[in-house]
Design a protein around this ligand. Sequence first.
Ligand SMILES: Cc1cc2nc3c(=O)[nH]c(=O)nc-3n(C[C@H](O)[C@H](O)[C@H](O)COP(=O)(O)O)c2cc1C
Length: 182
Amino acid sequence: MKVLIMYASRYGATAVIAEWIAERLTIEGWETERREAREAPSAFSGYDLVLMGSGIYANGFLPEMENFIEERKDELAEVKTAFFGTAMKTECMFVKGKAMGGVQIFEKYAALTGTCIYGEMLHGEMVYARMTDTDKKGMDYFYRMAGFSELEIAERKKPRSLMNKAEVWAFTENLVKRVMKR
Ligand SMILES: Cc1cc2nc3c(=O)[nH]c(=O)nc-3n(C[C@H](O)[C@H](O)[C@H](O)COP(=O)(O)O)c2cc1C
């Protein structure tokens, strides 16, 4: 089996997760190729699966991954596909009458290819001090909107990693089962 892992990562968490997935697939005896969304191969023939993953920003994939899926959707409709997201909150929340976050984020991307067999949301990490000014402003806005106290905001600005290789390998195992229909 040969898997193309396409990923988009702003601060590196998704890139590491893509590496962990590839490591586990290699142990399973599968062949893998990892590419950033901006450096997609010219064709997907020869791959048994195209796995796409992105850091989650404001409840969606990064623009480079969204563009990749949109631009290549006709070709992606000809191959098995799967998704993963890297987020601080992996579960879906219900806010003001609307479902937000979690794997339901994948629905709009899955609708474009029509070939998605599986997806999971995985835990990432957040280091405020390392963010761009634009992202810092975005986070400050979110904290204010969410009504957090100064103390809570200070807590959230501490470097936080929820990355978990066991979780990533469990996802990879689930994915293998889906592909092999075991
Ligand atoms: C501006 C900004 C917006 C974010 N939006 C979300 C979000 O909507 N939901 C979530 O769970 N995590 C959110 N995060 C956390 C990221 O998904 C997390 O840091 C992830 O590990 C980033 O992966 P990357 O380093 O591969 O880009 C956000 C982070 C930033 C900086």
